[in-house]
Design a protein around this ligand. Structure first.
Ligand code: BTN
Length: 293
């Protein structure tokens, strides 16, 4: 098992910008539990001899929702991840459902943080940067971000992120990536796509490993490197510099998207010249004529 596992091979991988990827020491165990394949990945990063954390991956073939499952694991520790090949009741933002066919990566991560929730508002934004980096580590595509939690390739959504309060304390970050799926219901055809449509079949195991690495990187710098991560988010956020429609349960308003706040909020200017920060969960954003345009 040890030698066949890609995590144990020494690799000189590089990030998209040419810098060296940090190395992790990983131990994987595979076992079956009630006919469900469970793979545990324990990833331990050493720095000056200190262990910076150990994360665990619980892997399923089918589950209702990885976010819902992780919420029910009352004993789960910081860094517990639930991943499934498909979901039967995947959930999206603002009470929507999230289509979770075979061939995707559906992953939820528990970050058991003690900071008050109002200090974690930037988490969804940083997670979008982490996921973007992971996809670009593995797939040759250009990924853009649509505020706040959608990742797009060529204007089509290939990933959504749902951050929820964790009953265990802290937050759960749920990530759904369309990798090798190309069956979308007709109504989603103009909006959604799968990575494979742009770069051929995706190595999902490699993408999962990259994703975990990038999420660990994010966790380590969640507060210390907020500003550069926000800058990276803004650089690839196609919502900015556009007239947009802000949709909430109560109303639909047009505004010009000017920037991203330090908490990941969308800074907008209304036609009357007034300015406001739109916060996570307050509204979703559309183009004036459709999903993005
Ligand atoms: C959105 O686009 O509105 C967010 C979608 C988030 C989907 C992911 S898939 C893994 C996790 N489990 C869920 O039920 N939802 C999130």
């Amino acid at each position: 098992m040890k030698n066949s596992c890609p995590c144990h091979r020494k690799r000189e991988e590089r990030n998209a910008d040419g810098t060296k990827l940090r190395k992790y020491r990983k131990v994987l165990t595979f076992f079956h539990e009630n006919d469900i394949l469970v793979i545990e990945i324990r990833s331990r990063r050493q720095k000056g001899g200190a262990c910076l954390g150990e994360w665990t991956l619980l892997r399923y073939e089918t589950i209702d929702s990885t976010n819902t499952a992780l919420k029910s694991m009352t004993e789960a520790e910081h860094g517990t991840m639930v991943c499934s090949d498909r979901q039967t009741a995947g959930r999206g933002r603002l009470g929507r459902s999230f289509l979770s066919e075979d061939g995707g990566i559906y992953l939820s991560l528990l970050l058991k943080r003690s900071e008050p929730l109002d200090q974690l508002l930037h988490l969804t934004t940083m997670a979008a940067v982490a996921v973007r980096r992971a996809i670009m580590d593995v797939c040759s595509v250009q990924v853009q971000i649509k505020w706040i939690n959608d990742l797009l390739v060529e204007g089509k959504k290939i990933c959504g992120i749902l951050t929820e309060v964790a009953p265990q304390g802290g937050v759960i970050v749920g990530i759904g990536i369309n990798c090798n799926t190309d069956r979308f219901p007709q109504e989603l055809g103009p909006i959604a796509a799968s990575l494979c449509q742009f770069c051929g079949e995706v190595d999902r195991e490699a993408l999962l490993q990259a994703l975990i690495r990038r999420l660990q990187e994010m966790d380590e710098v969640l507060f210390s490197q907020k500003a550069p991560w926000m800058e990276e988010y803004a650089r690839f956020c196609i919502t900015l510099g556009k007239e947009v429609r802000l949709l909430s349960a109560a109303q639909s308003r047009e505004a010009f998207a000017e920037g991203i706040s330090e908490n990941g909020g969308l800074l907008v200017r209304f036609p009357d010249g007034s300015r406001r920060e739109i916060t996570v969960g307050e509204a979703s954003v559309r183009g004036l004529h459709g999903y993005m345009n």
